[in-house]
Design a protein around this ligand. Structure first.
Ligand SMILES: Cc1cc2nc3c(=O)[nH]c(=O)nc-3n(C[C@H](O)[C@H](O)[C@H](O)COP(=O)(O)O)c2cc1C
Length: 366
């Protein structure tokens, strides 16, 4: 028996047609080749196994060495990395899938051991986050950052621009800008982390500027119809906070809509935690934004179907369910049981907990 909801209908996202409304959320797995930060052959298998999703979004990929915050995450700033990603996109496309890459700069959520010459990580302001990163095989407090000079900001935008060029060369269908989860672009946007008194600090307009400038630069390379962005208005992830997230994000989304981005991907509530952590009017963002609204955080089949039916979203991103169910689409369609995920194999390691979760077809008939 096959269940019928809007979740399994096609969707036209800019120039591409998605086979269904399920999106695989970006998921960091820390399995890149150490030292070169190239996605290896297992990564191509992993994404290809999940190619029946309407759209895959890759794990966050750093736009520069400075933008890296955790051990063995892949980059998209070197020729070798582009070649590694090409193998991923080819394999996904062979299976009929569509794939965007998530572009990442972690800002202050990093460690001196990941930075060139042991330098301090960079941030809008020299405020250390209360939080940990994973480095040298274990968890460690993030390092004390230094505030970016005004003169360095164009270089950050250029890093996103170059990463976009590289991503297109690697065969990606589009770009997702990582504007969420307490990383650099959100650090600039939110006043808990941004205490600058120059053109990038103070007012909402100033704090939103870097996210919008990066978006404009990515759009200039990839085209608006291939550029999406992820935001998380009220998440406390990575020690981030803001005094007035509704006003801030209403402003940001007006700016993103003017740039005609193809989608707005919203982590509703606390990333990986309660959806109702703080009052926030997501419908206001949906109303303001001209493109597709992608909803994420704690969705299951029933909630996803309901939200699509009421037109509160166009697409639904699933994170953990896609880790443990390569054939999540087929399982949800059939109303079949889902595999549980194993937290111990989320970050780092090899095939175990990565490419060895069984599909329905592989399960013995009862
Ligand atoms: C192992 C793991 C890695 C993640 N990596 C990323 C990431 O690279 N980029 C990102 O924006 N969110 C990341 N997230 C957050 C997920 O994309 C998603 O927002 C979260 O898991 C909630 O969705 P879910 O309830 O469907 O799992 C990660 C979450 C997990 C569990």
């Amino acid at each position: 028996m096959s269940r019928s909801t809007k979740l399994f209908e096609t969707y036209k996202l800019g120039p591409i047609t998605l086979a269904n409304r399920l999106v695989m959320a970006p998921l960091t797995r820390n399995r890149a080749v150490p030292g070169s930060f190239v996605p290896g052959p297992l990564a191509a298998d992993y994404y290809a196994q999940r190619a029946s999703a309407g759209l895959l979004i890759t794990e966050a990929s750093q736009v520069s060495q400075q933008g890296q915050g955790y051990q063995d995450t892949p980059g998209i700033y070197s020729k070798e990395q582009v070649a590694g990603w090409r193998k991923v996109t080819d394999k996904v496309h062979e299976r009929g899938g569509k794939i965007f890459i998530q572009l990442w700069h972690v800002g202050r959520i990093s460690h001196v051991d990941l930075q060139a010459n042991g330098a301090a990580p960079v941030a809008p302001s020299a405020i250390r986050a209360k939080g940990k990163t994973f480095v040298n095989g274990g968890f460690a407090d993030v390092s004390e950052p230094r505030a970016l000079e005004l003169s360095e900001i164009p270089g950050i935008i250029d890093d996103f621009k170059r990463a976009t060029k590289n991503a297109l060369e690697a065969g990606f269908d589009g770009i997702e800008i990582h504007g969420a989860n307490g990383y650099l672009l959100e650090q600039f946007a939110k006043d808990g982390a941004n205490k600058r008194n120059d053109a990038y600090g103070g007012s909402i307009e100033n704090r939103a500027k870097l996210m919008l400038e990066v978006s404009r630069a990515v759009v200039a390379e990839a085209g608006a119809e291939r550029t999406g962005i992820r935001i998380s208005p009220v998440t406390p992830a990575n020690d981030i906070s803001d005094s007035n997230p509704q006003a801030l994000y209403d402003h940001i989304v007006d700016g993103l809509s003017a740039l005609k981005l193809v989608y707005l991907h919203v982590v509703e509530g606390a990333t990986g935690g309660p959806r109702d952590i703080a009052p926030f009017d997501y419908a206001s963002l949906r109303k303001r934004f001209g493109g597709a609204y992608v909803a994420n955080n704690g969705y299951d089949f029933d909630l996803a179907s309901k939200v699509l039916e009421t037109n509160a979203a166009d697409l639904i991103a699933f994170g953990k369910p896609f880790i443990s169910n390569p054939d999540l689409v087929e399982r949800l369609k059939a109303g079949a049981a889902l595999n549980d995920w194993d937290k111990n194999t989320f970050y780092g390691g090899g095939a175990k907990g990565y490419t060895d979760y069984p599909t329905l077809a592989a399960e013995p008939a009862e």
